[in-house]
Design a protein around this ligand. Sequence first.
Ligand code: NAD
Length: 455
Amino acid sequence: MAIASPIAVLPVAPQELERKIQLRQARIGIIGMGYVGLPLALLFGDEGYEVTGFDIDPNKVEKLSSGGSYIARISESDIQNARARGFSATTDYSRLDEMDAVIICVPTPLGEFHEPDLRYITSTAESIAPHLRAGQLIVLESTTYPGTTEEVLVPILEKKNSAGLRAERPGSDSNGVFHVAFSPEREDPGNTTVARRDIPKVVGGLDDRAGELASALYSTIFHRTVRVSSPAVAEMTKLLENIYRCVNIALVNELKLLCLRMGIDIWEVIEAAKTKPFGFQAFYPGPGLGGHCIPVDPFYLSWKAREFDFQTRFIELAGEINTAMPYHMVSAVSSALNDRKKALQGARVLVLGLAYKKDIDDLRESPSLTIIELLRKAGADVSYHDPYFPFVGRGRKYDLHMKCAPLQNLNQYDCVLIATDHSDYDYQSIVEESQLVVDTRNATRGLDSNKVVYC
Ligand SMILES: NC(=O)c1ccc[n+]([C@@H]2O[C@H](COP(=O)([O-])OP(=O)(O)OC[C@H]3O[C@@H](n4cnc5c(N)ncnc54)[C@H](O)[C@@H]3O)[C@@H](O)[C@H]2O)c1
């Protein structure tokens, strides 16, 4: 009986890896088939690469293997087309042996005390290490504090591989080395104005060669790559971008609170300020920060800064203001009910929108969850509607356990709170049918109704 020979896994010289990249013959493994990793896998697949997705979640792997999708903006036919072109998914890390490049897209959440929780990165590194081979390119994409690639990822990869392989560094011997880079993901979920390929890709290699290889790989799927001098610079670049957003959102949230007191419409102010052709970028107020990035990433830096006896005061202040926003929304509901001689306790409140921003199916860190929890604590009878979530169960912070209410008979609610301004909502009929609408997103702009309270 013929015995199938194992796939020959030989060390790859950097020139050989570059050649394979040019010919789209490099085999690419992407670890973490989530919001970042799965679309990235599809992009590489579109370009003709054979891509393998690795995930510890067997349900995701099973879904992908049967041609299904679990991310709203990725259709089943996207997955099926990718599979026809060679995409597969697995939980089996031993298949990393076959990969020429491995890209890590695992979560980087915060711990209970707002400290970085790097356990997904460390466990991924431990799983990769036994399968490392000379010449492989390892790229970390997960958002994290400057230093993670060099201080956390590389030491585990070096220590836990039994072949004694080392990451190549400037001036190091190039025998028995693998290559390491950091390249942050910059996607903006739900934003259809910029194609993913048009978002420049920042790349910081541990040495020049790693930077060149990672840049060569990404430039086959992104129109522009931006080389920086080290992984730490690339890590910090991503944090600067997110801190910039976080601080500016806090600024506009604070100014909104002032404008409410002064009887000025902050949205009108922003529209006017936006007409300035230079030096101003519009940010918008809302019910609080959400998503896996803006509420989380800045605290990675403030944690790291403490090692240098440094207080990141802007981050702390922005965090304080943004965290207070859901509380403000609940007070606004209470006060709007009070104006109608009703108490929040016992009031029926419908929260419209669970997702942390419009038109996406992601509720991680969503302020709607905090708002629901606070309303419930205050004794309100809370329902929600969101076309993306038929059910909400146990999350990181809350165990809401609720089913999506139908979007009908809105008159039965004492208050409808617009928390997420999904495009599919018909705001005119929502206002017409409701007794009272509290609008946190300016979604009902232009509808002249005394039922609407902006907050
Ligand atoms: N979602 C975004 O819009 C976005 C944007 C920019 C950057 N990022 C960053 O990208 C990273 C990934 O975020 P995401 O939104 O894709 O997260 P996600 O939770 O959607 O996906 C992560 C995936 O990794 C898997 N995973 C966890 N540990 C693993 C392991 N040891 N081995 C294999 N798979 C493992 C999980 O099962 C999950 O499928 C985070 O650092 C995040 O901050 C996310």
